[in-house]
Design a protein around this ligand. Structure first.
Ligand SMILES: Nc1ncnc2c1ncn2[C@@H]1O[C@H](COP(=O)(O)OP(=O)(O)OP(=O)(O)O)[C@@H](O)[C@H]1O
Ligand SMILES: [Mg+2]
Length: 301
């Protein structure tokens, strides 16, 4: 009898905790919408897999933090997560997002500070978990406790348009759709943009990733302007195909400031933080006589 009462009390306490989290979330959301406070919850999504969502989440987080903003990255790609590996924090993980959902720890306890930027924190995901147990409400409750502490909450979304996608989008207030200049990726992004309309987000923008200036200059790759026309959505950043982006995201980027990838990522972070619309020109390097030589050399690699 006593045990049953105790169980009932615990369940009641959990419900009250959850209710308070929802109240805080709505208060925070209301304050942000009214311009008070700056917390933005952005989901980085794509539809097609492997287009660079995780790479962009990690790098955008670091560049925003480098500009002095407080940023938290939430890995909501349950099961196939790799944000921890990319940011080099996998050995520092004690608790993960599921521990927060199942009340084994407070959200703050599960946060891991980035190895490069002190203003950046990561909430790691788990490697195996019954995904049906995690809902959009769970993610919203976690965001509620982070909203007052961080200016930017970036959610790394899983590929596809299944449950994981809906769970991540339902918790966000803005979306960044990553697309590569390939027809299959553009088609999937178009489907995702259609689905996003039903969520009534504050803003939806596109990031074109892995753009090859040499191929765009010769007409072998879809032009950036055409992607904008096809998807009828504003482009907030263009990131070139640059092998150093991957290496830099795991090692930090102190030495290689002049890399194209880094410049483009910095422009992206600036556009997001200030509302600017400066887009990195991936074809500039490949126009004119010198550009023609560069194109020839690149085609031989
Ligand atoms: N701009 C870029 N230049 C070069 N390589 C890149 C770029 N962006 C991403 N990559 C590479 O593409 C691969 C896939 O990237 P990533 O894991 O970020 O994609 P994803 O969309 O998160 O994949 P998934 O859908 O499986 O979660 C990685 O090997 C990454 O290094
Ligand atoms: Mg990923």
């Amino acid at each position: 009898m006593q045990r049953a009462n105790l169980q009932k009390k615990r369940e009641c306490d959990k419900k009250i905790d959850f209710w308070w989290m929802c109240v805080w979330y709505n208060i925070a959301k209301g304050l942000c919408k009214s311009g008070f406070g700056m917390s933005k919850t952005m989901v980085i999504t794509s539809g097609k897999g492997g287009v660079g969502k995780t790479t962009i989440t990690a790098n955008l987080g670091r560049h925003l933090a480098a500009r002095g903003h407080s940023v938290v990255l939430l890995d909501v790609d349950l099961g196939l997560n790799n944000l921890d590996v990319l940011t080099g924090i996998e050995h520092k993980i004690v608790y993960d997002i599921v521990d927060c959902i199942e009340n084994r720890c407070r959200v703050r306890q599960a946060l891991v500070q980035d190895t490069v930027q002190s203003g950046l924190y990561i909430l790691p995901s788990c490697h195996s978990y019954d995904k049906s147990k995690c809902s959009g409400q769970n993610i919203r409750a976690i965001l509620a406790s982070l909203a007052m502490q961080f200016e930017y909450c970036l959610l790394d979304c899983p590929a596809g348009i299944e449950l994981g996608f809906h769970r991540a989008v339902a918790a966000a207030s803005e979306a960044l759709v990553v697309v590569t200049p390939h027809i299959s990726s553009i088609r999937d992004a178009d489907k995702v943009l259609g689905l996003l309309k039903s969520y009534k987000l504050d803003k939806t923008q596109i990031i074109v990733n892995r753009a090859r200036g040499d191929l765009i200059a010769t007409g072998e790759m879809v032009e950036i302007a055409d992607i904008k026309t096809l998807l009828e959505t504003e482009i907030v950043g263009v990131i070139p195909d640059d092998d150093t982006i991957n290496i830099l995201s795991s090692l930090g980027h102190s030495q290689k400031r002049n890399q194209d990838g880094l410049q483009a990522l910095d422009m992206l972070a600036k556009n997001i933080a200030t509302g600017d619309n400066q887009i990195f020109d991936v074809t500039k390097k490949y126009s004119g006589v010198l550009g023609a030589i560069r194109r020839k050399l690149k085609s031989k690699v």
